[in-house]
Design a protein around this ligand. Structure first.
Ligand SMILES: Cc1ncc(COP(=O)(O)O)c(C=O)c1O
Length: 362
């Protein structure tokens, strides 16, 4: 791909590595540049890296009215050799195209998406945060730009990538399990809907449930399927539980569940972790009984941002609650977290192809 570089003047750009004085928040900071490519006249064109700034879009842009927009979330890590490596970025590129299919957006070849991400990180590599546990969060996204008030797929789009130097999700260490609200009031996605895509609208639709959960002291909702029979997701994470025998169980990837790259990776690592990892439909009634009977001793959510969010307690709308294990972070959960973050940071050998070095080209 031919990328045009319209970079900030050298005097405006970072010249020293970023060394934060305080724990960096997640997703707040930006780097100096962004990547943009346009879809016009039936093709992706005009790839460029420009200074990070506001962009002009038409007030009638389809994305603003009908939510034809998708995104991805990935991370890059700096290893001891000083180089930056993206983690499973090919999986994000593939899932972006799957999301694109679901909301009628034209695909972008995976290698082009990866090249865009790597070129941008290369330009802004001094923004990699020098802080224990920190990473560069990568946010690629595509949105519909055609000015039209008819409901139909747009004829034009923008694909963009922005970066966020981010602190560890758990600045104080991996210490405090979260609470989830079990409710039949809200559902994230329906069969035949857009739940298996990272469509922007799925997240707008989840806000009300998230706010509702907070009223009960929970950070998120445990989403059930639309028949309230099976567990689907834990807020914007896949759900998992671990039995007293150490088996990790992740709900099946039905079409109302997002195929988490973290979950897929844990499944692929089961031999290395020496843990059985299975996927099945998980009945909420059985889950509750098994937690009560201590047949299930650990639970949580998997996702790129936090890697693992252990759940210590499930709460109900009547004020009752269900503690998992002893309410603390379990040994198996810790083991997965340490092994997985070890791979990402280069301390544990990564399976072939999981890490890609960001070459120095600029
Ligand atoms: C709804 C939902 N489920 C699960 C996940 C976890 O997916 P991943 O591990 O690929 O970040 C995410 C985050 O991307 C999500 O938004």
């Amino acid at each position: 791909m031919d990328i045009k570089y319209e970079l900030k003047d050298k005097t405006q750009r970072r010249t020293e590595p970023l060394i934060p004085n305080e724990p960096l928040p997640f997703g707040v900071l930006r780097t100096d540049h962004m990547f943009i490519m346009d879809y016009e006249d039936g093709e992706w064109q005009n790839a460029r890296i420009v200074p990070y700034e506001d962009i002009a879009i038409s007030p009638g842009a389809i994305a603003l009215h009908y939510g034809q927009a998708i995104f991805e979330g990935a991370k890059a890590f700096q290893h001891e050799d000083g180089e930056i490596y993206t983690f499973r970025i090919d999986k994000n590129a593939k899932r972006m195209n799957k999301s694109a299919d679901i909301v009628c957006i034209p695909n972008i070849p995976e290698e082009i998406q990866i090249e865009a991400v790597h070129a941008l990180i290369d330009v802004d590599r001094l923004w990699f945060p020098q802080q224990e546990g920190a990473s560069l969060y990568i946010r690629p996204f595509i949105f519909a730009t055609q000015d039209s008030l008819g409901v139909h797929p747009s004829s034009s789009y923008k694909f963009m990538v922005i970066l966020s130097p981010s602190g560890p999700y758990y600045p104080a260490g991996f210490t405090k399990p979260i609470k989830l609200l079990i409710t039949e009031k809200f559902h994230r996605a329906a069969p035949g809907g857009t739940g298996s895509s990272k469509a922007a609208g799925n997240y707008a639709a989840s806000l009300r449930a998230g706010e509702f959960a907070k009223k009960f002291g929970a950070s998120q909702v445990l989403y059930l399927d639309t028949t309230n029979t099976y567990i689907e997701e834990a807020g914007a994470m896949n759900h998992f539980h671990i039995t007293k025998d150490g088996e990790v169980v992740i709900p099946e990837f039905v079409d109302s569940v997002l195929r988490s790259i973290t979950s897929e990776s844990i499944i692929e690592l089961s031999d290395k972790l020496e843990m059985k990892v299975t996927q099945k439909r998980v009945k909420i009634k059985e889950f509750i009984e098994d937690v009560k009977d201590k047949k299930i001793t650990e639970a949580g959510g998997f996702g790129t941002a936090a890697v693992i969010s252990p759940v210590g307690e499930y709460v109900f709308e009547d004020g009752s609650s269900l503690v998992v294990g002893n309410g603390e972070i379990g040994e198996n959960t810790k083991k997965i977290y340490e092994y997985y973050t070890g791979i990402q940071t280069g301390k544990v050998e990564a399976p072939k192809g999981w890490l890609r070095k960001v070459e120095r080209k600029i």
